[in-house]
Design a protein around this ligand. Structure first.
Ligand code: GLU
Length: 453
């Protein structure tokens, strides 16, 4: 157990105020920075080298931020102007690595929060990847394939000059899946005249993509939840689970839950949620969401009597043993957490990035619920992206079983690291502190070794 010198805490509080001042109107970034800095006091007190002036200050300032115009004509010839972003946050451990998000809610603050989280997440994987994130306020919903292609081509026409297999390696996130990565890769190849497979991850399996990459974030989160339950002498078998979202992360979370004998009974989108007494039929969900690009109410219509669509409802009101928020940031607030606790939830594991608000996290932890923060629990996606980069570099591709074994080993190791680190710093069972400190130690050591840059 380490005691914290009051001056460390004061210095961190002062830095947080400064972050809020220097980055106005970026509430999500403030939230992500606060959540990390508030847990660092014990490690800064215990390891004086980390308290070196400038180290934490450098960590919260992106190495580079790019904002650019993305004009594109729609199918009727009308020109739209979106804004593109790439925040290259920290490259102490490897090339910047992190997804691209295409969603109307995207702004610089959202991308900075995601990039900041990515630094620690990527460090926790133990692989050689730095942290970055990008995206656009473009809304792919309701757009034709041709429109999405023109947008992606325009986006890449600027982005290409900032990325590269040794520099910065984007991938998918909300609104960016295999289709978008294909169009982005095509345009990069055309502009640069290089077959540089390692410049993007999440590629199609036939042209440089890794098997299990589409499944990796969801599968990894379920493995993390299972590891937290194992720590308490339980497993996922027979547990009722609620999952929010219905995109890539939610779908493969549901698939893995079923494989491990759990019963996932929900999925959702921005219009409401579905509760399915018989358990979600993942093949039907894939058909509706991935093939038809439809909404979850269609799933309920087709599924028949066991499923019900609740328009505008909060999925967290459905009683469950385990909850896996897999939609978006701040989707689970204190009221939702209270409902989960009332219904006897044992574990909450974040498939999305920062889905639980700080109040919700606090409430869950106070109630003794095992809580897996996204930067640990959903690291399986980016970890398999790094394995995709390794395969691209070696000009080879691994069988699915090999990738899945490596993913399982990485998730076990992240769980152990977070658990042991939390215990070492006097907060056993607190995966938030464990993840933040363990990720920080790895990045900070590399930054110290590489000098003031
Ligand atoms: N967008 C994913 C994440 O939040 C994956 C990033 C990647 O594969 O680079 O971690």
């Amino acid at each position: 157990m380490t005691t914290t010198r009051p001056d460390t805490k004061t210095a961190l509080a002062r830095l947080l105020t400064e972050i809020e001042h220097r980055n106005p109107a970026q509430p999500e970034f403030h939230q992500a920075a606060r959540e990390v800095l508030e847990t660092l006091a014990p490690v800064l007190a215990a390891r004086p080298e980390y308290a070196e002036p400038g180290l934490v200050e450098r960590l919260v300032e992106p190495e580079r931020q790019v904002v650019f115009r993305v004009p594109w004509p729609d199918d009727r010839g009308r020109v739209h102007v979106n804004r593109g972003f790439r925040v290259e946050f920290n490259s102490a451990l490897g090339p910047y690595k992190g997804g691209l998000r295409f969603h109307p809610s995207v702004n610089l603050g959202v991308i900075k929060f995601l990039g900041f989280e990515q630094i620690f997440k990527n460090a926790l994987t133990g692989l050689g990847i730095g942290g970055g994130k990008g995206g656009s306020d473009f809304d792919p919903r309701g757009r034709s394939d041709a429109e999405v292609m023109r947008f992606c081509q325009s986006f890449m026409t600027e982005l290409y000059r900032h990325i590269g297999e040794h520099t910065d390696v984007p991938a998918g996130d909300i609104g960016v899946g295999g289709r978008e990565i294909g169009y982005l890769f095509g345009q990069y190849r055309r502009i640069t005249n290089r077959w540089e497979a390692g410049v993007l991850t999440g590629k199609g399996a036939g042209w440089g993509g890794s098997l299990i990459r589409p499944e990796a974030t969801g599968y990894g989160n379920v493995l993390f939840a299972a590891a937290m339950l194992r720590e308490r002498g339980e497993d996922l078998e027979g547990q009722t689970t609620v999952v929010s979202g219905s995109g890539n992360v939610a779908i493969y979370t549901i698939e893995k839950l079923i494989a491990l004998g759990a019963n996932p009974v929900t999925c959702s989108d921005s219009s409401g949620y579905v509760v399915d007494e018989k358990g979600i039929d993942v093949d039907l969900l894939k058909q509706v969401k991935e093939v038809e690009r439809g909404r979850v109410d269609t799933y309920a219509e087709r599924r028949g009597a066991s499923a019900r669509f609740v328009p505008g409802g909060r999925v967290w009101e459905v009683p469950a043993d385990v909850a896996l928020p897999s939609a978006t940031q701040n989707e689970l607030d204190a009221q939702d957490a209270a409902a989960l606790v009332r219904n006897g939830v044992k574990a909450v594991s974040e498939g999305a990035n920062m889905p639980a608000t700080p109040d919700a996290v606090h409430l869950l932890q106070q109630a003794g619920v095992a809580f897996g923060p996204g930067k640990a629990a959903n690291a399986g996606g980016v970890a398999v992206s790094a394995l995709e980069m390794a395969q691209n570099h070696a000009r080879t591709s691994w069988p699915a079983a090999r990738v899945e074994d490596e993913l399982a080993a990485i998730m076990t190791s992240i769980h152990t690291t977070c658990h042991e680190t939390a215990t070492r710093y006097g907060t056993p069972g607190d995966y938030v502190t464990g993840a933040n400190i363990a990720g920080f130690e790895r990045v900070a050591d590399a930054m110290l070794a590489q000098g003031v840059i």
